[in-house]
Ligand binder design. Structure first.
Ligand code: CTP
Ligand code: CA
Length: 222
């Protein structure tokens, strides 16, 4: 019932969301990934749909069911996530990057399973593209929202990240609070300052985030 009663603040808007971890292949059976349950991104997809938006969810591998109303595109690597975002972004009004994108990929993944021996194994890693920064630096970008998971100096690191990536809005959270949990506690950073959202279920945080986006959105997008 509560879901149906949410104000339709984003009616007619198309919202593109990345969620979950990416997975970068090492060999046929191994890979490098990030800690991410996908719960926050999926809650945001649900809240965006409740707010009347058309929702596209580009998702790394999670154990979660597709939120009602969302069109879900499954990806594995950061490169695949980037390709899916590039295919959808031009038609999107709002982009929310919630995914825990691996910052590096393995330069020469092995087709076959690497056999162990007694020696040190060195992997060569190269940086992945920054999907969110790429979207926000497009000529006519959607309203861009980032997430910053930090383990220390939360507000300082997060605000620096917001300015570096040219984002009108960034959601800052401590990894200690967020990871794997059903609740989260965040600070919203925008040009007007900080807004604290106290510890609450992720769906409540997501609904408040939609309301915050709806307040800021018209002032940014012409
Ligand atoms: N992000 C992205 N593509 C990447 C890395 C990050 O789109 N290759 C997005 C995330 O989805 C998130 C935001 O950028 O919305 C911040 O991610 P985070 O990992 O906190 O920041 P980084 O810029 O990667 O910096 P660092 O990991 O060094 O803190
Ligand atoms: Ca990162």
């Amino acid at each position: 019932l509560e879901a149906a009663l949410q104000p339709k603040l984003l009616k007619g808007k198309r919202v593109l969301i990345t969620a979950g971890p990416t997975f970068e292949r090492i060999d046929a059976v191994r890979g490098i990934t990030n800690t991410s349950s996908g719960k926050m991104g999926y809650a945001i997809a649900r809240a965006a749909y409740e707010a009347g938006a058309e929702v596209v969810l580009v998702s790394g591998e999670t154990a979660l069911a597709t939120p009602i109303g969302a069109r879900r595109i499954n990806v594995q690597s950061a490169q695949q996530m980037l390709a899916a975002v590039e295919a959808e972004v031009a038609a999107s009004d709002i982009f929310i990057g919630v995914a825990a994108v691996a910052d590096y990929y393995v330069l020469n993944p092995s087709e076959q399973k690497i056999k162990k021996d007694a020696h040190i194994l060195t992997l060569e890693l190269a940086p992945n593209p920054d999907i969110l920064a790429g979207v926000s630096s497009r000529p006519n970008p959607p309203f861009c929202v980032g997430f910053a998971a930090e383990s220390e100096n939360l507000l300082e690191y997060a605000e620096a990240k917001r300015l570096r990536k040219k984002l009108p809005l960034l959601v800052a959270n401590l990894v200690q609070n967020a990871f794997g949990a059903d609740t989260n506690e965040v600070v919203l950073l925008d040009d007007h300052g900080e807004t604290r959202l106290h510890s609450a279920p992720k769906i409540d945080i997501a609904r408040k985030l939609m309301a915050h986006i709806a307040r800021l959105y018209p002032s940014v997008k012409t």
